[in-house]
Design a protein around this ligand. Structure first.
Ligand code: S3P
Length: 168
């Protein structure tokens, strides 16, 4: 079956849902951020600090195209939808699921985060969040509201969506 791409803003639960969903489906789990770190042998904060965001985005687009397009659940970085070719590639090669969380929920989940270079609880990140919402919507085949839901509940919802898309 086609791979599942999980998209959504930082803190929307993509990595946790990815592991749980892959486990339930008995598929492989991949995370584009993790793959970038393995391939380029630098952490995401290091890449941002030493090379800048544009280089990170080039790495991210390259790694995306290396992801398996069958039987794999792929958690993507929150900004992967910034480039049109990435959006088109995911939509063409996989089932794209947008995990939506509200701004307040994201702020709560990431309150103590220090690992995300773009995460600063400021007006600018909120503006980024708002500007990306239409891109997540446009790129996804399915959207899931995640506020107040457990990882297990979100996983079950995705499994039903996939079954419906197979069985019509
Ligand atoms: C980013 C999100 C991060 C990571 C990088 C940039 C973004 O991934 O790719 O820090 O632009 O939103 P998560 O969405 O997994 O936090």
């Amino acid at each position: 079956m086609q791979s599942v791409f999980l998209i959504g803003f930082m803190g929307s639960g993509k990595s946790s849902v990815c592991t749980c969903l892959a486990d339930r489906l008995k598929w492989k789990a991949k995370d584009t951020d993790h793959e970038i770190e393995l391939y380029y042998e630098e952490t995401i904060p290091q890449i941002f600090a030493t090379k800048g965001e544009d280089v990170f985005r080039t790495y991210e687009s390259h790694i995306l195209k290396q992801m398996p397009i069958t039987n794999t659940v792929i958690a993507t970085g929150g900004g992967i939808i910034g480039k049109a070719p990435n959006r088109e590639w995911m939509k063409k090669h996989g089932i794209v699921i947008y995990l939506h969380a509200s701004w307040n929920e994201i702020k709560r989940r990431l309150a103590d985060d220090t690992q995300r270079p773009l995460w600063k609880d400021t007006i600018a990140v909120q503006a980024l969040f708002k500007s990306r919402l239409p891109l997540y919507e446009e790129t996804s085949h399915y959207q899931i509201q995640t506020d107040q839901k457990t990882v297990d509940a979100i996983t079950e919802e995705i499994i039903s969506l996939i079954n419906t898309s197979i069985n019509g």
